[in-house]
Design a protein around this ligand. Structure first.
Ligand code: EZ4
Ligand code: CO
Length: 402
């Protein structure tokens, strides 16, 4: 089966999404997600100018070879733009293979290893009380795992507290919005939040929290230690993970499980974290991490070190990435949990999909391939709209991590 063409689509049903569609000489097409929040058109250009011409005429079934061709063949390896582009091709090819063989992608990845995929939802509030109430709302919706993020007294626009409830989206039109940060205020506040959540809602559900790369290792160690009585499922992205060795310090001090990796691009970003067992969950997504082909290697290596997956699943990953993740999660042995931020109804309409949510679990569905389509006509109604993720400054104005 030969690849005859590939097109890149841009749509903005509430937020920007980039989609790659690969066509074959047998009439089967495949879809891949190429969305890079805040830098979308860089990936569009990378695909259109540099990747699509190399795809024409290739055998669509040679998924591994095409992956290696694009990864090794660029010479300039890795990075979010390159790896998101490769991921889009990879997702589309797995989609094509599933459709050609008339089977859902999870069957190509080893078949079902479990009945459903446990997901966690996002409870966000402006205040501690509001966040505690939101956690209750998610439990009422049937979730068995909830991430809690709250506004902090004295800080403006804290990560995780956004517009709307079910559909949190941090990217804004115009130039990047500026937020403020104080580690002192945060560290004094977070354990109180966890305490109140456990007192109000009990122990019988998984509680998660994201630090969004804002701590130093010793600060992360303090938070991990003080959180131990509330037994978090994980503490995410405590420190910026460019320095993998930084995790050694955190690990020496706390038994709170650690998750990291949504900004990682390849297996080389995590080799120290794996081999020294410095983390418990790896979060690199199908989209950011070069597709299913590369994640198969990541999951295999992780399994040796007792590390499980907990893939990124924010709204800036399109329903195509969500579907790809669910097929993968269902199939591999060392699956841990899957993040699930709901897309808006407008986005769901542009990407009709087979996956479903029920009582805290998700199911990829049994449609051949990934089970997601792209409504080109409807998508045209939502033209690209430049938006940026926020930037973050300390209270004295120092530029910091968002
Ligand atoms: O801030 O995907 O765990 N989830 C996250 C996300 C990221 C966004 C950035 O675009 O950290 O909400
Ligand atoms: Co995160």
């Amino acid at each position: 089966m030969k690849i005859t063409d590939a097109k890149v689509f841009i749509t903005s049903p509430g937020r920007n999404f980039i989609t790659l569609k690969i066509y074959t000489d047998e009439g089967i097409y495949g879809l891949g997600d190429a969305t890079l929040n805040g830098r979308e058109l860089a990936v569009v250009s990378y695909l259109q100018e540099h990747v699509v011409p190399c795809l024409i005429g290739r055998d669509a079934f040679q998924v591994e070879d095409i992956w290696q061709y694009l990864y090794r063949g660029a010479y300039w390896r890795r990075g979010p733009v390159t790896m998101s582009a490769i991921a889009a091709v990879d997702m589309a090819l797995w989609d094509i293979k599933g459709k050609a063989l008339n089977t859902p992608v999870y069957n190509l990845l080893g078949g079902k290893s479990r009945s459903g995929v446990m997901v966690y939802g996002h409870a966000n509030g402006e205040t501690l009380e509001e966040t505690v109430d939101e956690v209750g709302r998610y439990l009422d919706m049937g979730y068995v795992a909830v991430r809690a993020q709250s506004g902090i007294p004295g800080l403006k626009g804290v990560y995780g507290v956004g517009r709307g409830k079910l559909f949190y989206e941090p990217a804004e039109k115009g130039l990047p919005p500026e937020q403020t940060w104080s580690t002192e205020k945060y560290l004094n506040f977070a354990p109180k939040l966890f305490k109140k959540i456990r007192e109000t809602h009990g122990d019988d559900f998984h509680l998660l929290h994201d630090c969004h790369h804002r701590l130093t290792p010793i600060e992360a160690a303090r938070l991990g230690k003080e959180s131990e009585p509330y037994h978090l499922f994980w503490l995410e992205d405590t420190v910026p993970a460019e320095l993998q060795e930084g995790f050694r310090i955190i690990r020496q001090h706390t038994t709170t499980p650690l998750a990291v990796g949504e900004v990682f691009n390849t297996i080389y970003d995590m080799t120290t974290l794996f081999t020294e067992q410095l983390i418990d969950y790896i979060r690199m997504s199908v989209l950011r991490g070069g597709g299913l082909t590369h994640l198969l290697k990541v999951a295999a290596m992780a399994s040796i070190y007792h590390i499980r997956t907990g893939f990124h699943g924010a709204t800036d990953l399109s329903p195509i990435t969500m579907a790809a993740a669910l097929h993968f999660d269902l199939a591999i042995n060392n699956f841990g949990i899957q993040e699930y931020m709901r897309h808006t109804p407008e986005t769901d309409a542009v990407f009709p999909h087979a996956y479903t949510f029920e009582k805290g679990f998700m199911y990829p569905g049994d449609a051949p391939g990934l089970g997601v389509d792209y409504d080109e006509k409807l998508a045209e109604k939502y033209p690209y709209d430049r938006a940026y993720l926020p930037v973050n400054r300390k209270l004295d104005g120092t530029m910091f991590n968002w």
